[in-house]
Ligand binder design. Structure first.
Ligand SMILES: [Zn+2]
Ligand SMILES: [Zn+2]
Length: 742
């Protein structure tokens, strides 16, 4: 058989391009698609990934591969296909995409050392029976079995040492099917050290849950790609549905990936899965490098049925993947904000298509993209309308802060209504969560008498006040205006800028409730290791009465004793200069409201706002997701915002503002030229300074490209795909399906 001459190699550089290298005799038997290689590149030796083999190459002076690193392919054909898709879709290098599939430690160590570990084969009854006779005939083998009965698994040599049973004895136990042996990475720091969790059974599902479970199981048995959108109100028991779907997947001989937002990936979440299943791996950022390395190889060696993790766990090297669960699918943390700028939710559909797997997207407040796709019939749609145990959804009260200002003297962050209810709640020994949206971005212009907010008429985005020039600008289209002297709506001369800081509120609460324990939780106070985790457990234990915090407390935690939740200002989210601001407001208010009334007592949610008529607040208060979605979709449709159109954001940044501005204008001109061919189906907004104008000494400008479909968007972006390399002074980043507009 003639040898293949050339390998197609992709490199971790921002070029979506294959390089040809010739295969020297020394590598002929080792080379293979999906393996890593060392190759010379621009005078250095770097790691590349083999994505193809060929006999034809037009390149003269072709260089040799230096070394093949992997004995077996490190990427499955499916993962290679996904990486190619990513590179094409998100405009990154193919090798850059592949590189993100590997944890840092895996990328940089070439050979995994392994040891043999031993554990009981599954049937404990069988083992106990055999033990009785073994104790007499072969007491050391008996001792070894007794030790294994107590714990999870150990290395063969360790077992031999503590039991006194020699290797032969242990192999004999295996011959009798009493124990099983397998390889695992040496030097393992166990993730779940010494904690043998008792296994629990499936919970008895409610009628609604049962219906959802049966539906998803049917999809799983079909063994074809399908996406199911599961909308369940907070506390409706979505996790139980995931667990039973995973159970079915394993019964079908397949495997599952569960993605949750980083912040919800708590020990409690993982324990819930571990108490149901054995072969679980976890991949997330708080693991040590070594742990991540080990987890990855465990998965690669076929020792995991389930992988739980944040965003990048989507690329876990499982074979025979049957199910991908994305919990809280609306969360923007599934979108990576560095290259490659992929959205794990969207990419999970791509992986599922290559693997013939089912995707379950779960949320109490699905993204409008997913809701729209369900409406079009692209996804199945299953809903859970009631909470477990028929706990009612909390009562939500809206407090109009305009009234507070007119009647009150000094500006207070806490309305009289909220204060009154805080007193009541504390007197009944209940706990309180006060929620404040993250600070730092509150420079919208707002009338404190009528709530009017200055908006860009063209983009439907809040205008942002710039102190230095004393103007307001639209950060999408760069429309600029002076600040009106009086409110255009009610003629009040006090039109103003609005901000509360957490520290100020902390002082005010301390002054009003001196005898209660208050904890402030934001990125300033939660810096240390596990600080976040510790604070939440202290709150859960009841050591804290009032928890004041930002986003980080809004996520899926259960606090049965919380009977009051206060949202101090809904306005800071509504007026973010982002076309998703209303959706974020609705999602956040629904999430926050979901924190209360989880126990037997009824919960109350109080939302303070200068915009009590805003539909995102009204619908959140009445727990009406469908109502909100319908209304918001109407608005999106008018201006072709997603899901009716597709959008990309091009961010330019550099040390000197003039350079950045100049490049932005050039690039926008080029784009505007290109879209002439597209006859009003593609629109260029900007260039304009980004809402967050400076980050780490870099000035930022951006351009928004909006198209009526993804094909046109991709075509227009392709025309500028080489731009990022044009200027050394200004970095250019293309963000397809951008989620962060700041
Ligand atoms: Zn007004
Ligand atoms: Zn505008």
């Amino acid at each position: 058989m003639p040898y293949v001459k050339f390998a197609e190699i992709v490199l971790s550089i921002p070029l979506n391009k294959k390089f040809h290298y010739s295969i020297p005799l020394s590598c002929i038997n080792q080379i293979g698609i999906g393996k890593r290689v060392k190759v010379p590149f621009r005078g250095r030796t770097i790691i590349g990934y083999c994505v193809g083999l060929t006999d034809v190459s037009g390149i003269k002076e072709i260089k040799d591969i230096i070394q093949v690193i992997d004995a077996k392919p490190i990427f499955t054909p499916q993962l290679l296909a996904i990486s190619k898709w990513m590179a094409d879709f998100y405009f990154c290098g193919w090798g850059e995409a592949l590189e993100t599939f590997l944890p840092f430690a895996v990328r940089n160590s070439f050979h995994a050392k392994t040891v043999n570990v031993v554990r009981l084969s599954k049937d404990e009854g069988f083992v106990k029976e055999a033990l009785t006779s073994l104790k007499k005939k072969a007491p050391r083998q008996g001792k070894a079995l007794e030790i294994l009965l107590k714990g999870e698994e150990m290395t063969v040599s360790e077992l031999s040492r503590v039991s006194g049973c020699n290797l032969q004895g242990i192999y004999r136990l295996r011959e009798r099917d009493l124990v099983s042996l397998r390889k695992k990475p040496a030097d393992d720091t166990p993730l779940f050290a010494g904690r043998h969790l008792p296994k629990t059974d499936h919970l008895m599902p409610t009628k609604e849950q049962e219906r959802a479970i049966v539906f998803i199981k049917t999809r799983l048995r079909e063994g074809k790609y399908r996406t199911v959108l599961l909308r369940g109100v907070t506390g409706s028991g979505k996790t139980e549905i995931y667990l039973q779907a995973i159970s079915e997947t394993i019964a079908l001989g397949r495997k599952a990936i569960v993605l949750v937002p980083e912040i919800s990936l708590t020990p409690q979440t993982i324990e819930r899965f571990r108490s149901r299943f054995d072969k679980i791996s976890v991949l997330h950022s708080s693991l040590t490098e070594k742990q991540r390395y080990n987890q990855w190889w465990e998965i690669k060696n076929g020792n995991a049925d389930i992988v739980i993790g944040a965003r990048s766990a989507l690329f876990a090297p499982l074979d025979n993947l049957g199910l991908i669960v994305i919990d809280e699918e609306h969360e923007n943390t599934f979108k990576q904000d560095s290259t490659p700028r992929y959205n794990a939710r969207d990419l999970s559909l791509v992986r599922a298509q290559y693997e013939n797997a089912v995707v379950v997207l779960g949320s109490a407040t699905p993204s409008l993209e997913s809701y729209h796709n369900a409406g079009l019939g692209k996804y199945d749609y299953v809903t859970l309308k009631s909470r477990i145990g028929d706990n009612p959804l909390p009562r939500v009260q809206i407090v109009d802060m305009r009234g507070e200002i007119q009647r009150g003297k000094r500006q207070s962050c806490i309305s009289r209504y909220l204060e009154l209810n805080m007193k009541k709640c504390l007197a009944q020994k209940g706990q309180i969560i006060l929620f404040l949206n993250r600070r730092g971005f509150s420079s919208f212009v707002n009338c404190r008498r009528c709530g009017f907010v200055l908006m860009c008429k063209k983009c439907d985005i809040s205008l942002t006040y710039h102190k230095k020039q004393d103007v307001v600008i639209c950060h999408y289209c760069y429309h600029e205006a002076s600040v009106p002297k009086e409110c255009p709506e009610c003629k009040n001369p006090g039109i103003n800028f609005f901000a509360f800081g957490t520290e100020k509120i902390e002082e005010e609460i301390k002054a009003k409730f001196p005898s209660y324990r208050l904890l402030r939780m934001d990125s300033d106070t939660m810096r240390g290791n596990n600080a976040h985790e510790k604070a939440l457990s202290a709150f859960k234990r009841g050591d804290i009465d009032i928890l004041l915090g930002t986003q980080m407390i809004a996520k899926g935690l259960d606090f049965p004793n919380v009977t009051l939740v206060g949202v101090l200002s809904a306005d800071t989210i509504i007026h973010l200069p982002d076309f998703r601001a209303s959706e974020r407001t609705f999602q956040l208010l629904s999430q926050v409201a979901g924190r209360t009334g989880r126990g037997s007592q009824e919960g109350l949610v109080i939302i303070q706002t200068f915009n009590p008529e805003h539909y995102s607040i009204i619908f959140a208060a009445s727990h009406d997701y469908d109502g909100f979605a319908k209304k918001e979709l109407e608005y999106r449709k008018q201006l072709y915002y997603p899901p009716y159109g597709r959008l990309a954001r091009i961010v330019l940044r550099g040390k000197r503002e003039e350079d950045v501005k100049e490049r932005s204008i050039e690039l926008a001109e080029k784009l505007k030229d290109t879209i002439k061919l597209y006859k009003n189906t593609v629109e260029i907004l900007g260039p304009s300074p980004a809402p967050v104008t400076r980050v780490k000494d870099n000035y930022r400008w951006h351009i928004v490209v909006k198209a009526i479909n993804i094909e046109y968007l991709q075509q227009v972006l392709t025309s500028i795909k080489d731009e990022p390399r044009i200027s050394k002074k200004v970095q250019t980043v293309i963000d397809v399906d951008a989620y962060m507009m700041l």
